[in-house]
Design a protein around this ligand. Structure first.
Ligand code: PLP
Length: 360
């Protein structure tokens, strides 16, 4: 029996993607082995690897100048790799700070190069993302870095900033593939897979190939995007099982109707939860301003921390897991990524209504 899984990541995966892995665990593609036990140079693995890349291309409508990479070290390694590769000597990059992950990305950049804060919503407790008019963008910046969805604070850009001619880089770890968008506008997108895309162990990078002309030389091999582009993410042993699972997830996304279908479902789920919060006469309170509310991570508070703890405990008894807010902010959070069905959110919404009635 499946539980309702609201963990922020690693997170719920589509059942058909898991079932396929189960069915192929002992004998995959007629090899008499699992994908985990097969050479990454085999033709069977190569087909999975490239199918996963091609599915990204197709779902996102990538142009010929954009390549898909599968790297390791999580999104946290991208925090360092992006500035190492793309901030030139004497140059600087702009960072928009919208929460803890954006802060971490900025901090890593300052370790290896020069970076500046071009906008921040820290002053108002990160309850929204900055407006375009609040940004102080440097037209000479090597790039502008944003975090499209703030997993902990529950905020998300409804519309991406306009960075003019300056390349835009985005950490989309917690919302890549939640809806259609113009990915070709970005010089680089990265996402740890373990939220909306698959299991942990692989980070997906979408890179504008022509931007590599500006990449710094002299970096260790594994930290150079150029080598991974040249070798199609097969320079060294890739995380084959994670990539296989990402392929299974992407097949499911496509079969469900692609990104337009994901968006319709995700919006319906988020509306349901925010509706319960707003309709609770103040019992539940979402700290995030309506214009920045995340469709992926819905956060809310209850009247006291004691009630929050009781809420999480009673939810667990109903097989609803992962509803405790991030340890740095407290409160409650429901992560409702692509693979969370509307039925799970309906179950949570009814539980929230019941709980409010009982504890008001
Ligand atoms: C938006 C965002 N960026 C980066 C990270 C860090 O990812 P990883 O653990 O893959 O390094 C997370 C993890 O939760 C995240 O939510």
């Amino acid at each position: 029996m499946r539980s309702w899984n609201f963990y922020a990541g690693p997170a719920v995966l589509p059942v058909p993607a898991l079932e396929r892995a189960r069915d192929e665990m002992i004998d995959w593609a007629g090899t008499g082995m699992s994908v985990m036990e097969t050479s990454h140079r085999s033709k069977e693995y190569d087909a999975v690897h490239h199918e996963a890349m091609d599915l990204f291309r197709e779902l996102l409508g990538l142009d010929d100048d954009h390549v898909v990479l599968f790297l390791q070290g999580g999104a946290s390694t991208q925090f360092a790799m992006v500035p190492m590769n793309f901030i030139p000597k004497g140059g600087s990059a702009d960072y928009i700070i919208t929460g803890s992950w954006a802060q971490k990305a900025y901090k890593e950049a300052t370790i290896v190069a020069k970076a500046r804060v071009a906008g921040s919503s820290e002053g108002n407790g990160f309850v929204r993302v900055p407006e375009q008019s609040e940004l102080d963008l440097d037209p000479a910046a090597a790039y502008v870095h944003i975090t499209s969805n703030n997993t902990i604070k529950g905020t998300q850009y409804q519309r991406f900033p306009d960075t003019g001619a300056v390349p835009m880089v985005a950490d989309m770890s917690s919302d890549l593939l939640w809806r259609p968008f113009d990915a070709n506008r970005f010089a680089l997108i990265y996402a740890g897979a373990q939220k909306n895309l698959g299991p942990s162990g692989v980070v997906v990078v979408i890179l504008k190939r022509s931007w590599l002309d500006k990449a710094n030389e002299g970096l260790p091999t594994m930290l150079r995007y150029g080598i991974h582009v040249k070798e199609e993410s097969l320079y060294n042993t890739p995380p084959t099982f994670s990539i296989y699972m990402v392929r299974n997830v992407l097949q499911w996304v496509k079969a469900e109707g692609g990104l337009p279908a994901m968006e319709r479902r995700n919006r319906a789920k988020a509306e349901l939860l925010y509706g319960v919060i707003e309709g609770s006469n103040g019992f539940y309170r979402c700290p995030v301003e309506p214009g920045s509310r995340s469709v992926m991570n819905v956060v809310w508070r209850l009247p006291s921390e004691e009630l929050e703890a009781t809420f999480v405990t009673e939810a667990k008894a109903k097989r609803m897991f992962g509803l405790k807010g991030h340890r740095s902010v407290g409160g409650c959070r429901a992560s409702i990524y692509n693979a969370m069905g509307i039925d799970g959110v309906e179950a949570l919404a009814s539980f929230m209504e019941e709980f409010a009635k009982k504890n008001r």
